[in-house]
Design a protein around this ligand. Structure first.
Ligand code: NAP
Length: 322
């Protein structure tokens, strides 16, 4: 049984011996003159590459900035070129190692183009933060009018990008990580359909096909208008189903990678109710506060890095509640 670590302080991280990395090959990503350096004893270096999706605003932007402030090289991605460049430029002006690349996670061609660029121009990645997501509801509404877009972006998009980038992780000892920004709205305790709960809980028999089928079933019920009485989460149902699927996929992927001996960890992080555009500015914390904790989770020392965990703020949750 894994014993979960308490979050370390951002400084005071233990030194970890590290094999040399292949250098970033693109001259457009030569950040040798940038100002921020990793803190003494950090396991990462300026050559450690973190990709953050949906990073032109909100939590993604704050997290990209925070990782760059920790001294990593950050690929800030956004689906809109102008918005992405406008978000990256002020960070670069501060001397941070931030590159912008366009990426629409819901578009297969965009994902393929991004993966090819990352492989050829950057040489791979070490950290992937799947942050991009949409919700079309007000705080107190529960329309499923945009369910297809919500599922295509929040679940299928994150999965498609993850699968495309998996071969590009530079699998240095225990340092390759995927952090999926998820939500407690997609925890198992929000599901009242007992057979669905049982399916998702049975780690030995759950498959990716079963998760995909669950999502298809929900979308079919949205189409025929029967979704309301099927035991799905009651709040922001389409968004919650997208995070339910993302949580289940993350757990399964963690097991798949572990079984294969691949040294890439996969964890989920729920930031809690945060004041961003998604919540129309409502929430109990700021994107910057979330970025602080998110960056610390993304940068956990290799010896303390779990896989298959779901962090609700700083606290890992029991799987039975996932
Ligand atoms: N805010 C909360 O209370 C809260 C709570 C729990 C979890 N979360 C999660 O935290 C993450 C960030 O949310 P947020 O509150 O920062 O939301 P936000 O302010 O609405 O930002 C969402 C970001 O995702 C991008 N995005 C949307 N669709 C995309 C696509 N197809 N391809 C690429 N990027 C896309 C948006 O880009 P555009 O600017 O182009 O639209 C934007 O940059 C999400 O995963 C969300 O589910 C948030």
């Amino acid at each position: 049984m894994y014993k979960y670590p308490r979050l370390p302080a951002p400084d005071g991280l233990p030194p970890v011996s590290h094999p040399p990395r292949s250098p970033l090959v693109s001259s457009s990503m030569d950040y040798s003159s940038t100002k921020e350096s990793p803190p003494a004893g950090a396991w990462w270096s300026r050559e450690t590459v973190a990709v953050v999706t949906g990073a032109n605003r909100g939590i993604g932007h704050a997290l990209a900035a925070r990782l760059a402030e920790h001294g990593l090289t950050v690929v800030l991605t956004a689906r809109d070129g102008a918005r992405g460049e406008a978000a990256a430029a002020p960070l670069r002006a501060r001397g941070l190692a931030v590159a912008f690349r366009r990426l629409d996670v819901s578009d297969a061609a965009s994902v393929a183009e991004f993966a090819a660029w990352l492989r050829d121009a950057v040489g791979g990645l070490d950290i992937l933060v799947n942050n991009a997501a949409v919700s079309f509801n007000e705080i107190d509404t529960n329309s499923v009018e945009h369910a297809e877009t919500v599922l295509r972006t929040n679940f299928h998009g994150a999965k498609m990008l993850t699968e495309a980038l998996l071969p590009l992780f530079r699998q240095s000892p225990a340092t390759s990580r995927i952090l999926n920004i998820s939500s407690q709205l997609g925890l198992l305790n929000k599901v009242s359909d007992s057979s669905l709960k049982a399916l998702l809980l049975d780690e030995e028999t759950l498959t990716e096909a079963a998760i995909d089928a669950m999502v298809s079933r929900f979308l079919a019920q949205v189409k025929d208008g029967t979704w309301g009485a099927q035991g799905w989460p009651k709040v922001w149902t389409d968004y919650s189903v997208s995070k339910l699927a993302l949580n289940a996929y993350s757990r399964l992927l963690a097991r798949r990678l572990q079984a294969r001996g691949a040294r890439v960890s996969v964890n989920c992080f729920c930031p809690g109710f945060t004041r961003t555009d998604m919540t129309r500015g409502w929430g109990k914390r700021t994107a910057e506060e979330v970025a602080d904790v998110g960056a610390r989770l993304a940068l956990l020392p290799p010896g303390e890095l779990p896989t298959g965990a779901f962090f609700k703020w700083c606290t890992p949750q029991l799987y039975s509640k996932l």
